[in-house]
Design a protein around this ligand. Structure first.
Ligand code: ADP
Ligand code: MG
Length: 146
């Protein structure tokens, strides 16, 4: 599978990329976001939501597992697996519905926690920080087909 490697030069680049990408992806898309704390997963998700036309503030769903939003004509499911201990806990809350969304797009932060449950065709994005470059991010994308 082809890998796309990009450098996001600053916060604005990440936001702009996320917002533009949101407008291009179809309903049913699942994006698995990985990367350390502070790497930019929530920042990406907030701008992505804006690109879908979500007007509500998209927070960090860490204490909620799943937050749902209405975009202009598509829904956004924002999931944060940080506090999840077992994959089965995700299934117990009906998580599989979010892995095959019929009316929206699902973004999953800390998706590595449910690695075995992720759909084969999901898009994977890994955010990395760079030494001595506090505002730059290294982004590797897999599964994005043009
Ligand atoms: P995560 O959800 O991965 O823990 P957050 O998105 O909450 O990360 O935090 C990322 C932090 O890094 C934010 O404070 C954001 O302003 C900052 N930041 C600086 N440069 C960038 C960049 N290029 N892309 C994303 N976030 C950046
Ligand atoms: Mg986060």
């Amino acid at each position: 599978m082809k890998k796309i490697h990009m450098t996001l030069e600053n916060l604005r680049s990440t936001q702009s990329f996320a917002q533009k990408l949101a407008a291009l992806l179809p309903s049913g898309t699942v994006i698995a976001l990985t990367g350390d704390l502070g790497s930019g997963k929530t920042t990406f998700s907030q701008a992505f939501g804006k690109g879908l036309g979500v007007n509500d503030d998209i927070g960090s769903p860490t204490f909620k597992l799943v937050s749902e939003y209405n975009g202009s004509d598509i829904r956004l499911y924002h999931i944060d697996c940080y506090r999840l201990e077992h994959e089965k806990d995700f299934l117990n809350i009906g998580g599989e519905n979010y892995l095959d969304p019929t009316d929206g797009i699902t973004l999953i932060e800390w998706a590595d926690k449910i690695e075995k449950l992720l759909p084969m065709d999901c898009i994977r994005m890994n955010f990395g920080r760079l030494q001595n470059e506090p505002d730059k991010r290294d982004l590797i994308i897999e599964g994005l087909e043009f």
